[in-house]
Design a protein around this ligand. Sequence first.
Ligand code: CA
Ligand code: CA
Ligand code: CA
Ligand code: CA
Length: 537
Amino acid sequence: MKLKSASVLKAAIAIALSVTAYQASAATATYDPSTGTLDIPVVDVLNGAQATTISAKLQLQGDKLVLASFDNAAAVSGKRVTFDGATNALHFPSVKVLGSDTELYAKLKIVPGSNPIAFTVDQLEPTVFSACPDFSAQGPISGTCVLSGELNKDVALTANTTWILSGGVYVGGDRANSATLTINPGTELIGESGLDFLYIRRGSKIMAEGTPDQPIVMTGPSELSRGEWGGLVIAGNAPVNGCAEGVLPCEVAFEAITTETYGGSDIADNSGLLKYVQIKYAGYAVRPNEELNGLTMLGVGAGTVVDFVQVHQGLDDGIEMFGGTVQAKHLVLTGNGDDSLDWGSGWRGKAQYVLIKQADDDGDLGIEADNNPDNNDASPRSQPLLANMTLLGSQGIETEGAKFRRGTGVNVINSVFSGFAGYCVKLDGAATYINGGSSVTALSGELTIEGTYVNCVTNFSDKENTGFTTAEWFAAQAGNVSGDPLLNGIFPAVGSPLVDQGVTITDNFADNTNYIGAFKDANDKWADEWTVTDSLK
Ligand SMILES: [Ca+2]
Ligand SMILES: [Ca+2]
Ligand SMILES: [Ca+2]
Ligand SMILES: [Ca+2]
């Protein structure tokens, strides 16, 4: 339910007051209806990967809650109120209403330009389950609701309910009957088989906005093995390749679900937001070599926000990009069964702060990268910018770091490849080398690696090389080193050459870091708390 005014807010509280018979949990804020004061002992104010902690009081004035006072406060662990500066949203895991047993989840949004800062109420929901909303069906046990078919109106999935995906759950029609699916912090979605998946169609949006203490979780029923459910698929209107020459805009059928189409001409297309999201135990082979991945992004555009997303123990790839321009930060890809990051069909997006960690029991490449298998020179050509990656291989199985093939371009900056049983980096296929340049003294700029450490059993490999070898290409560019990066787990150890190193990054999306790898040092905690327990060890 979306609430816009104080009268509606009060009505909602009155309705919520009637909800009884539940176990009250510790409130994170208290609302006094007699004074209109909302008292918040702890607010984490997020600024990218950084957080500061304050206490605050909000005062109801008309239809808004106005910031009346705030002060510094000590950081706490556990459930807490979070303000996300990137989305201007203030999330309350629970607000206790004085004089009652009521606790409510609340989401407030800043009034743009307000001074003093004022908020409107975006959501107010009981923290306990009462009944399944009309867009869902009652699940097998109380507190569970089943989603199926196509959602054609804006709905919110709340944390008071466990949401069960039954079959393909589609948000919107294809560029028709479009809808926005909002998913609240701490909400859990469960698929029960490989054909249970969530699919956001072109023109629709997913707004999955978790918080560090309350990530959104998409998982399987037993959380024991890869492939317990399908995964998350997002389709957008950004450019892709794979059409016949001259067909613009290019639109392509998804290999795994061939009735679905993706791609278009909108570089800045916006499919919504994924923030503090875990996708685990997903993946399904619909046919051999045509799979649902943990997160599949089909022609997703640069207007989409992807930040703090983990794909853990997927059956196929962690994230697979089919073209598009989507840009992401803070990705954690752990224990995936095929490639951790896979792209093709002309992906021209970006990613920074990427941790890839392979398991000992399964896995293929850290990165498997194509332009297009049928036409290695298809346009637009894949050429993502990848900065501050840490790729950790396994000695348990024959895994490799990155294979750049089938004409792909790439710009790798300030990254580290370590511990792969096979090679760290391979260039593969004549079209890939030719796109990269005629020789290492005449590189095109479309296939580059800089400020990067490699430390594998075999650092480099080649296939059908022309003009240069991967080793020559690596050695010819700035700041690259073959040697021990001195890692301690995922972090640089004391004395590591990764700290205070790297080349300058000049980009409007990627930060200019002065270090190599996903983490600045052992105190860089961006992957703490919201990720799957023990998955980084
Ligand atoms: Ca795949
Ligand atoms: Ca793959
Ligand atoms: Ca593979
Ligand atoms: Ca692939």
